[in-house]
Design a binder for this molecule. Structure first.
Ligand SMILES: C[S@@+](CC[C@H](N)C(=O)[O-])C[C@H]1O[C@@H](n2cnc3c(N)ncnc32)[C@H](O)[C@@H]1O
Length: 280
């Protein structure tokens, strides 16, 4: 089993290396596919003029920009992300009322009781030790502040990820599934685990709202197959596989996607938690 330091180092290496690069390359498509979830979490966060906001795992800073517009010139947003290349892209927006830091949000020395809102769009599932990380975020939140984030639910509730994966796996080298406590895309799928983490970190009882939306995976099957090879667990597996294995996996994925082709592209169901909590 890996130590916390090793898990954190893996995440930093991934998001500063191949993960960050392929996230940027796929970002336009990802942004479209998560648009509905994004609107919901921003609406729930309801950032107000003058507020101080922390955007955790801000990536290329799209949500930082939206939050900055909402808080206006008397407010401020700090975007923190472990990935330098993603923060470089975020900084290109040259936002007047936002700053960015390349750092692990679990250990960043935030000033205590600073933020009205700690926010994240899919940026809180990658902590090596989530209790330590959320304690750090809790300390940074004002006594009257709120935590609002969106994260994926479990793989079976997310056919957009599971269906291609199940079709491909029989053709690919063995896939090492992340353990239930490991960081990763679905690490916050289990509601009871998230409740436990937030309680241990000092937050009050969180509320969970289910968000269920169709997720656009590409305009047609060939584009989806191309997209799956660019970012995500399958992209990583394709790199370890032979060209023959990749071709067989893609053929198999292509077949299972056919029923999901619509006039507006290939769409499968996606499921998220919208999580909100106040201080204890
Ligand atoms: C799925 S991406 C989401 C990015 C962004 N929030 C968005 O919605 O476009 C996850 C982000 O979390 C960042 N991240 C992962 N571990 C982190 C950590 N310990 N501290 C800060 N950021 C982290 C990654 O670098 C990546 O930008």
């Amino acid at each position: 089993m890996k130590t916390t330091a090793e898990l954190a180092a893996d995440q930093a290496a991934f998001w500063n290396g191949p993960g960050g690069k392929s996230w940027i390359a796929s970002y336009e498509r990802i942004q479209k596919s998560i648009a509905g979830f994004s609107e919901s979490v921003l609406a729930a966060a309801a950032a107000k003029p003058g507020e101080k906001v922390l955007d955790v795992g801000c990536g290329t800073g799209t949500t930082t920009g939206k939050l900055a517009a909402a808080v206006g010139d008397k407010g401020h947003v700090l975007g923190v992300d472990i990935s330098e290349p993603l923060v470089d892209v975020a900084r290109e927006q040259k936002l007047m009322n936002a700053t960015f830091a390349v750092s692990d949000a679990a250990t960043y020395p935030f000033d205590p009781a600073t933020f009205d809102l700690v926010f994240s769009r899919f940026g809180v599932m990658f902590f090596a030790d989530p209790v330590v990380a959320f304690k750090n975020l809790q300390r940074a939140l004002k006594p009257t502040g709120r935590l609002v984030f969106v994260c994926w639910r479990t793989p079976p509730e997310n056919p957009w990820g599971l269906v291609p994966m199940q079709a491909a796996l029989p053709h690919l080298p063995p896939y090492e599934r992340p353990g239930p406590e490991d960081p990763g895309q679905y690490a916050f799928g289990d509601r009871a685990r998230v409740e436990r983490i937030l309680k241990a970190a000092g937050f009050g009882v969180p509320t969970f709202e289910k968000l269920d939306q169709m997720t656009l995976m590409g305009k047609d099957v060939p584009e989806v197959l191309d997209n799956l090879g660019k970012f995500g667990p399958l992209a990583r597996l394709f790199k370890e596989a032979t060209p023959e294995q990749v071709a067989a996996a893609k053929e198999s994925i292509g077949k299972v996607l056919v029923p999901h082709v619509t006039a507006d592209g290939v769409k499968l169901a996606g499921a998220c938690w919208l999580v909100s909590a106040a201080q204890h």
